[in-house]
Design a protein around this ligand. Sequence first.
Ligand code: G1P
Length: 291
Amino acid sequence: MALSVRKAVLPVAGLGTRFLPATKAMPKEMLTVVDRPLIQYAVEECLAAGVEEFVFVTGRNKGALEDHFDTAYELEATLHERGKNHELKLTQQATIKAGNAIFTRQQQPLGLGHAIWCARDWVGREPFAVLLPDELTIDSPSCTGQLVAAHERTGGNVVAVMEVPREQTKSYGIAAVKDEKDSLAEVTGLVEKPNPEESPSTLAIIGRYILQPEVFDHLDRHEKGAGGEIQLTDAMAKMVGHCPFHALRYRGLRYDCGSRIGFLEANVAVALHRADTTGETRALLERVLKA
Ligand code: G1P
């Protein structure tokens, strides 16, 4: 039986240049979708999947992320005094259990593979999840929950994929697969950001992974790939054929919050999706569209 997945690595060192000036003094992962920061969606997705230990790979000016998941004693005491129990509960829910989060820095922007490699000693020799918090996924069970369930059956590496238009392959890691059954297919190859005409398929990796610790052995070599960066996809590609490796076709909601329009879409879509905001959001959109 496959070892259970207990840890998640969340790479959050990026500068967020696409969101300047909003991200001048604030991490992009603290940008809010409806009422919680992007990073909280990723953490909640893990917790829902039974993954409870976190390695945040951060950079300079990312202190707000650490504060967000800490106890906010003064705020909580004030909310308690004022009888604001709902708000108190929301605040307390945004914490991570004592001792379950590590914050380590990626000191140079050498690529996603390098960011994950920075977590190697905290992860150790066990399978782990990776979530790119720019990608917001909403489903039940969560995308990571689906990967964990698949991993329990297959072991090895499992990545979530979605079909994208061929002209977009240049923005993603792309998986070549065979023998798809019940949304799970065997991975036969991986390429980072191929040109549309050379892409082996249109199945894009959407920033959700379950990986075996052997990936660190490949990342150790610090080989550069697409864009001159150390790519996670290249290290994973070296594992194809050497361990079970599957792609899970994700069918839930997914928003690319790394782009301004994707982020805006996420806000509107999540507000429409949530029972407590759907009615008001519908009315608001009608109003705005009529104006
Ligand atoms: C990264 C990964 C890529 C993946 C993508 C998903 O690329 O390298 O394989 O498909 O995230 O968002 P980035 O968007 O950081 O360039």
